[in-house]
Design a binder for this molecule. Structure first.
Ligand code: ASC
Length: 150
């Protein structure tokens, strides 16, 4: 029994230590994972956008909540673009894998701008949120233009 517990603990430890890319059982699981993260990020970012553009009434708590989620989501997709995950139901272009440095730079740009939007949201000030919102959208678009089909 003790040996079994040690073995289970060892396996759990390995799961934590392994690179995230190795944690997907199938490439299709990585595709699903990254798309799910982008979907949640876009929904949260979009709710802030509705407030920034005046389409929805400003609600500071909602902006904070959604910015926090979008910031968390912004960190998730990129471990799921590992080698061999250019398969199945994906709009990712091949250059995600052949121009990895540029893709990484585009990802980092988005993450940095999203983190700034999160800081702005915490201020509770709509003008600061509006100012920080645009650069995030630009970073999203820049990456889509280079690395996403259609
Ligand atoms: C969004 C969303 C995107 C980006 C992009 C910005 O709200 O879902 O993919 O902004 O449209 O250009």
């Amino acid at each position: 029994m003790k040996r079994l517990s040690v073995a289970i603990l060892a396996l759990a430890g390995m799961a934590v230590a392994l690179p995230a890319a190795a944690q997907f059982a199938k490439p299709e699981d990585a595709v699903k994972y990254r798309k799910a993260a982008f979907t949640v990020m876009a929904a949260s970012f979009g709710r802030i956008g509705a407030m920034a553009s005046g389409k929805a009434p400003f609600d500071a708590a909602s902006a904070q909540y959604n910015a926090e989620i979008a910031t968390m989501m912004s960190k998730l997709p990129y471990t799921a673009f590992g080698p061999g995950t250019d398969v199945g139901d994906t709009r990712a272009k091949p250059n995600v894998w052949t121009d990895g440095d540029k893709f990484k730079a585009a990802a980092t740009m988005m993450q940095d701008e999203m983190a700034k939007l999160n800081v702005a949201a915490k201020s509770g000030n709509l003008d600061q949120i509006k100012a920080a919102f645009g650069p995030v959208g630009k970073a999203c678009k820049a990456c889509h233009d280079d690395f996403r089909k259609e």
